[in-house]
Design a binder for this molecule. Structure first.
Ligand SMILES: NC(=O)c1ccc[n+]([C@@H]2O[C@H](COP(=O)([O-])OP(=O)(O)OC[C@H]3O[C@@H](n4cnc5c(N)ncnc54)[C@H](O)[C@@H]3O)[C@@H](O)[C@H]2O)c1
Length: 271
């Protein structure tokens, strides 16, 4: 039901701050880069897809490389420090979920396992390692790991992606505890389904767009900007007492039990 009540809004001021985002060439990462840029931050994007450079705002420092390669992570952190004088926020976002990874664990090739571990687990650690060295020297900083609803509860066909997303939650908690007395906060954000290439490529495997939307109590798939909003809040001083924890930004998905009556699917004839 439409109404004209005011909705409220917050805005962020990141002038003078430096943010490094992995996988900022598309999807959620791109929305996070643009939100930091719009709020005044200097932004560095570590991205494997060179073709996305052309579609990236020229004010964003694009570093071509892979988070799965430690030297590339070091280079991205060095770029932030050399160009902009420090590093205030790291967003570990780049992850892969190849369409051929929807298998059972007994069918999973070692090559596929290593590839997913390399980006989704080691990549988060390598980039955090180099960012935290800088933040420790500064005695300030925020790290945000993008995890997933799939890190909290599981499904069939995700024997690598799901458990590794759970590891992203515990990386944030462990680092959060470790560096709490160094002025550094570490948190994770767990999105529900969000409209990006990663989801578009797997819509059919997951039962189609309407079904995915209907599994979320809010009845829709989320937008990348809705994750960016959470990241900006968590990395701001407004979240100064929030560390070593997770925020689910999932339209209620995580609270909705498998034994609950499913919401009725919207009648396509109704519109
Ligand atoms: N989209 C969703 O519904 C959803 C839901 C839950 C969690 N997530 C998480 O959100 C994050 C972003 O997902 P997305 O949907 O935007 O994905 P996406 O595939 O749309 O974008 C990922 C970006 O990361 C880049 N990338 C991939 N491997 C890289 C590497 N090794 N080094 C550097 N860059 C690399 C890609 O080129 C791409 O630009 C991921 O951590 C994902 O697990 C997404």
């Amino acid at each position: 039901m439409e109404n004209d009540r005011p909705t409220g809004a917050v805005s962020f001021d990141n002038r003078g701050r430096v943010a490094l985002v992995s996988g900022g060439g598309g999807g959620i990462g791109k929305a996070i880069c643009e939100a930091f840029l719009a709020s005044g931050a200097q932004v560095v994007c570590l991205e494997i897809n060179e073709a996305s450079r052309a579609k990236t705002d020229e004010r964003i420092e694009f570093v071509h490389g892979s988070t799965a390669t430690e030297d590339d992570c070091r280079a991205a952190v060095d770029t932030a420090v050399e160009k902009f004088g420090g590093l205030d926020v790291l967003v570990n976002n780049a992850s892969i979920q190849p369409t051929d990874s929807y298998v059972t664990v007994d069918e999973m090739s070692a090559e596929l396992w290593e590839r997913i571990v390399g980006v989704n687990l080691s990549g988060y650690t390598f980039l955090a390692k180099h960012a935290l060295q800088v933040m420790k020297r500064q005695q300030s900083g925020v790290v945000v790991n993008i995890a997933s609803a799939q890190g909290h509860r599981t499904a069939r066909g995700v024997p690598a992606y799901g458990p590794i997303k759970a590891a992203n939650l515990l990386q944030a908690r462990q680092w959060g505890v470790e560096y709490a007395r160094d002025g550094i906060r570490v948190v994770s954000v767990s999105p529900g389904a969000i409209y990006t290439d990663l989801v578009r490529e797997t819509v059919a495997i997951q039962g189609g767009e309407e079904r995915i939307a209907n599994r979320h109590p809010l009845g829709r798939i989320g937008e990348p900007e809705e994750i960016a909003n959470a990241v900006l809040w968590l990395s701001s001083a407004s979240a100064s007492f929030v560390t070593a924890t997770d925020l689910e930004v999932d339209g209620g998905l995580g609270a909705f039990a498998a034994f609950a009556d499913p919401y009725q699917m919207k009648d396509p004839q109704a519109d």
